[in-house]
Design a protein around this ligand. Structure first.
Ligand code: ADP
Ligand code: ADP
Length: 241
């Protein structure tokens, strides 16, 4: 009983011009992710990782196959039902500044999901934001700052706090440390690992760094030319690192 169960996922884009052929971005991909588990999705650029992530994040309706999350089949849900499921599946992107609004103090970025989901309370809300910043090991006083006043690593922690505000069960981590200074990567990865243990989070982890995948993931799905060609335990992944 996986938390996320993807079967024969197919994603197609129309051709760039009227006469060009459609692009088959994901071709019948199948994989599972259990609660508390990290599945890495690896493969060359253009193989379909982001398109897979977009379908899992409910940003794009698949052209075929099934996406089952927490026992519910998502591909047949209407927009209203999807809105109730989306908080449970949250993204963390590569660019730590890209997902934050440059003019918004970071405490407001963390508060936004609470407001949007109608869970904002004038007393409990600010407390919850401070608690979320502490959860990602940031001084809550940093909440006053704007994104450009924080380091990349601090901003990535804000992005994680914002994702946690929705009380997710699955995070889709799209190259979450590759834009960060090497000296702060380990801290963010340790944080993610602690959060996984503490909250039982599942991770779908898109990553190019094979030694890191072997170290951080439990299992690996290898994509090539829109297909998942192999799924194996991370320890079985051959790397020179
Ligand atoms: P990856 O994340 O592994 O780099 P993507 O899922 O981004 O792969 O892309 C898979 C394929 O789909 C590529 O051939 C890419 O050019 C194509 N593609 C991605 N997004 C679009 C789009 N919006 N319109 C047309 N083709 C797209
Ligand atoms: P269109 O280009 O026709 O708008 P999209 O692929 O952008 O199609 O998505 C259309 C609708 O499908 C969106 O309203 C979105 O909420 C919904 N949707 C996206 N992902 C999923 C999914 N995994 N399962 C079900 N519905 C989805």
């Amino acid at each position: 009983n996986a938390l996320l169960s993807v079967r024969n996922l197919t994603v197609r884009y129309p051709g760039h011009t009227r006469t060009s052929a459609p692009v088959l971005a994901v071709d019948r991909a199948s994989f599972d992710v259990s609660a508390g588990e990290t599945l890495a999705l690896i493969g060359p650029s253009g193989c379909g990782k982001s398109s897979t992530a977009a379908a899992v994040l409910m940003l794009r309706r698949p052209d075929g196959g099934e996406v089952r999350f927490g026992g519910r089949e998502l591909t047949t849900l209407d927009e209203k039902a999807l809105r109730s499921v989306r908080p449970a599946v949250q993204p963390v992107f590569q660019d730590p500044y890209g997902s934050l609004s440059p003019r918004l103090p970071v405490r407001d970025a963390v508060a936004e999901p609470l407001r949007v989901q109608g869970r904002w309370d004038p007393v409990a809300g600010p407390r919850r934001v401070a608690e979320l910043l502490e959860t990602v090991r940031l001084d809550p006083r940093l909440g006053e700052r704007l994104p450009h006043e924080l380091s990349g690593g601090q901003c990535q922690r804000v992005g994680i706090a914002r994702a946690l505000a929705s009380e997710p069960r699955l995070l889709v981590l799209d190259e979450p440390v590759s834009a960060l200074d090497p000296s702060v990567r380990a801290g963010v990865l340790n944080l993610l690992r602690d959060l996984q243990e503490r909250l039982g989070l599942a991770y779908l982890f898109i990553c190019h760094d094979l030694p890191l995948v072997r170290h951080f993931a439990h299992r690996v799905a290898v994509m090539d030319s829109a297909r998942i060609v192999e799924t194996l335990p991370a320890g079985a992944l051959y790397t020179s690192g």
